[in-house]
Design a protein. Structure first.
Ligand SMILES: C[S@@+](CC[C@H](N)C(=O)[O-])C[C@H]1O[C@@H](n2cnc3c(N)ncnc32)[C@H](O)[C@@H]1O
Length: 256
C-alpha cells in the first residue's frame, strides 16, 4: 500500500527538508540494530574501535586506494565552505577535511555511535569551526538546511536499504543550488578485477548490505533523482565509485 503522506512529502523535498517517514526512521537516535548485530566488532565495541582507528587499517581495507579516494573528497573542499560529513571515518580523514574548511567555514561531523563521536571529538572537537554531533544521518538537519558540500565516505554500503533511501534523500534535501553532495563507496568490480572475488567473500560474511551497491546506482535511492545531475567515476577496476550530485539548473528557472 502506498504511504501517501510520505509520497506527498517526497514530491517536494525542497520545501520539506526531512519527509515524515525519514524523520521516523530511528527518530530517537539510538544505535540502530544493524550496528550492534552486524558491526559491533568494527564500530561499536570501544576496545576494538581503539585498535581500528588508524590510517593503516583504512589503507588495508581499501587495498591501498585510501589516499586517492580521500583526495577526491578533499579536493572538493574550499576554505570557508559549510561542509557536513555524515559519518566518522577511521584515521585522519576528518582532521584533513576540517583543516581544509578552516576557521572561515564550518565543518559538521555526525555519527550515530557514541564511541565514534568520542573519537571524532578527540580529533577535531577543539577546532572552533567544528561541531561533532551524535545523530542518525538519515534525518540530521543542519541549520538552514544548506551545505556547500555533504559527503558520505563509505557509509552507504554499511546500512540497510531503508537507510540508504533515507540518507540519500536527506543529503540531497540539504544541498542548495550552488551546493554538492559526494558519495565515495563500493561499486560492482569488473569481471577481470581479482579484488572483486575477495570482496564477494567479505560481503557474504561481513557486509550484508554492500551487495546492493553492486546491483544498483546510488541515484536509484533518491526519490527525486531527476532533479539532480549525477556524475559517476569508477576506480580500481570498478571496485569503487565517486558520485557527485548537484541540483539541475532547470529546477530553478527564476534563479532564486
Ligand atoms: C563511514 S562508515 C565506514 C567508514 C570506513 N570503513 C572507515 O574506515 O572508517 C562507518 C561509520 O558510520 C557510522 N554510522 C553507521 N550508520 C550510521 C547512521 N545511520 N548515521 C550516522 N552514522 C552512521 C558508524 O558509527 C561508523 O562510525
Amino acid at each position: 500500500m502506498v504511504d501517501t503522506t510520505y509520497e506527498a512529502a517526497r514530491t517536494d523535498s525542497r520545501r520539506t527538508a526531512v519527509p515524515p517517514k525519514i524523520r521516523n526512521l530511528n527518530a530517537n537516535n539510538e544505535v540502530p540494530a544493524y550496528m550492534s548485530e552486524v558491526y559491533d566488532w568494527a564500530y561499536v565495541n570501544p576496545a576494538k574501535v581503539g585498535w581500528l582507528d588508524r590510517n593503516i587499517v583504512v589503507k588495508t581495507l581499501l587495498f591501498g586506494n585510501d589516499q586517492r579516494l580521500m583526495r577526491a573528497y578533499l579536493a572538493l573542499i574550499k576554505p570557508g565552505m559549510r561542509v557536513w560529513q555524515i559519518a566518522h571515518v577511521y584515521g585522519d580523514l576528518v582532521v584533513r577535511a576540517a583543516q581544509r574548511v578552516g576557521a572561515a567555514g564550518c565543518f559538521h561531523l555526525t555519527d550515530i555511535t557514541p564511541v565514534q563521536i568520542e573519537h571524532g571529538q578527540r580529533k577535531i572537537g577543539h577546532l572552533p569551526w567544528v561541531r561533532v554531533i551524535r545523530h542518525d544521518a538519515a534525518h540530521f538537519e543542519g541549520e538552514g538546511h544548506a551545505y556547500d558540500l555533504i559527503c558520505s565516505f563509505f557509509l552507504l554500503h554499511e546500512v540497510p536499504e531503508e537507510w540508504k533511501h533515507a540518507i540519500v534523500d536527506n543529503m540531497l534535501s540539504q544541498i542548495p543550488d550552488s551546493g554538492e553532495a559526494v558519495f565515495v563507496d563500493y561499486h560492482r568490480p569488473a569481471w577481470w578485477q581479482p579484488v572483486g572475488y575477495i570482496l564477494r567473500v567479505v560481503n557474504h560474511f561481513l557486509e550484508p548490505f554492500a551487495k546492493s551497491l553492486w546491483e544498483r546506482e546510488i541515484s536509484s535511492y533518491a526519490s527525486q533523482a531527476s532533479m539532480f545531475e549525477w556524475e559517476k567515476e569508477c576506480l580500481f577496476g570498478g571496485v569503487y565509485q565517486i558520485v557527485r550530485v548537484r541540483r539541475r539548473a532547470s529546477q530553478n528557472p527564476a534563479g532564486c
